[in-house]
Design a protein around this ligand. Structure first.
Ligand SMILES: NC(=O)c1ccc[n+]([C@@H]2O[C@H](COP(=O)([O-])OP(=O)(O)OC[C@H]3O[C@@H](n4cnc5c(N)ncnc54)[C@H](O)[C@@H]3O)[C@@H](O)[C@H]2O)c1
Length: 379
């Protein structure tokens, strides 16, 4: 009988926040491609209430996936999730954290900084081969240039501010072979906060039968990356664990090659919903800037009723998708990342090098099938 070589044993992986958008796609990627012997998903939200689509439900039901309920902010709950694993875990990927807009500072401090450090310290105790921290691409200065990982840091969202603190603190966690990923706007099936708010807005203007008017200009940089490429990049970085200490603390931007702008996303949205759009322009938007909160309130007031009407017309009673936009999503900050480090040092090749109508429509079709998005508005 042939003996099983050690190298034949596939890795065991833990995905923190595995019921979230990036997490569920990572679990799918690992299981579908038969890359792992098991995946432990840790989340405070159970899969049953996480709005998983049929494919993700099947993946989560597979024998390879185990779900553990834990609130990772609470040390005892976190320890329960980490320390009764039995066989050693090879890789841990942290996709968990507070991602909702409009929360208070202490909520982000707990939900990002405390959570990530609880997890990192326990991962160090487990001596995992690789720990991947999903940080944010919003940590760089607001200027038009494409930022390399070494560029000046000046986070401009609440989430990014605390993500950067996590990155700093990770340096002090000894015995942790970690790597930091800074993604651009991530999109794909299950997205809610990336480009989906723009899709819901497009649907609202189709329902209203009006031109969609957007703040700022078409040139506002809103770089993107497909979630599948984020998963592939994460896995590639896990594979590099053999480099050991040499790569501890490395940081990688993860962004597609398309240099996506607001103009590019709006063109796709307009095509999908057969609407017209234009831009208010920087001069007028700057006037709004002095009272962005009021402008945002007015926009939200305008969008809520037609969205509710469109959902009602299609018999949708409950959906996690909302037309609500937070002020943080509407600022004129450029998100432009230089992803050449991942491409040139690790030979990463994108599956989806540029955002396009098909890769966006896939998200909508999925939500339509789940009866979470009004079918009658999508062409
Ligand atoms: N989606 C993007 O465009 C994007 C871009 C850059 C960075 N990121 C970062 O990537 C990570 C994953 O993002 P996402 O879009 O999948 O977010 P998400 O909100 O869809 O998923 C986060 C998951 O973490 C879980 N979680 C939150 N607090 C928890 C707690 N206290 N205990 C246990 N579980 C908890 C949530 O239940 C959720 O399932 C986040 O840190 C986010 O800031 C996302």
């Amino acid at each position: 009988m042939a003996s099983t070589k050690l190298t034949d044993v596939k890795p065991r992986v833990m995905v923190l926040g595995g019921c979230g958008f990036i997490g569920r796609n990572l679990v799918e990627f690992l299981v579908d491609n038969d890359l792992v012997s098991s995946v432990t998903v840790v989340d405070k939200v159970p899969p049953q209430t996480a709005w998983l689509d049929r494919k993700h439900q099947e993946i989560f039901d597979s024998q390879k996936v185990t779900f553990k309920s834990a609130n990772l902010i609470i040390p005892a709950s976190c320890e329960n999730a980490f320390l009764d694993e039995g066989d050693p875990i090879d890789f841990i990927i942290n996709c968990a954290g507070e991602t909702k807009y409009g929360q208070t500072d202490p909520v982000y401090r707990e939900g990002i900084l405390k959570l990530s450090l609880n997890c990192a310290n326990l991962a160090a105790k487990l001596k995992v081969k690789r720990y991947v921290e999903i940080s944010s691409g919003h940590v760089y200065q607001n200027d038009k240039v494409a930022h390399k990982e070494t560029a000046k840091l000046e986070p401009w969202t609440f989430v990014a501010k605390y993500k950067l603190m996590v990155e700093e603190e990770l340096k002090n966690v000894t015995d942790l072979n970690y790597v930091v990923v800074r993604p651009a706007i991530v999109y794909g099936k299950g997205d809610k906060n990336g480009i989906v708010p723009r899709l819901v807005t497009g649907a609202v203007y189709r329902q209203l039968g009006e031109m969609m008017r957007l703040l700022w200009s078409k040139d506002l940089a809103m770089n993107t990356v497909h979630v599948r490429d984020v998963c592939r990049a994460v896995w590639l970085l896990c594979q590099r664990h053999a480099d050991g200490g040499a790569t501890r603390g490395q940081v990688y931007n993860v962004v597609d090659m398309g240099d996506t702008t607001q103009g590019c996303i709006s063109a796709i949205v307009s095509e999908i919903f057969n609407i017209n759009h234009d831009f208010v322009g920087s001069m007028l938007s700057s006037v709004y800037k002095t009272d962005l909160a009021t402008v945002v309130d007015e926009i939200n007031d305008k969008h809520v009723a037609p969205w509710a009407e469109a959902c009602a017309n299609d018999g949708i009673e409950n959906t996690p998708l909302t037309p609500y936009l937070d002020g943080e999503m509407l600022t004129n900050h450029h998100l432009r990342l230089d992803g050449t480090k991942l491409v040139s040092t690790l030979n990463f090749i994108h599956d989806i090098p540029k955002i396009n109508k098909d890769s966006v429509k896939e998200i909508l079709d999925d939500y339509v099938e789940m009866k979470l998005f009004p079918k009658s508005l999508v062409l």
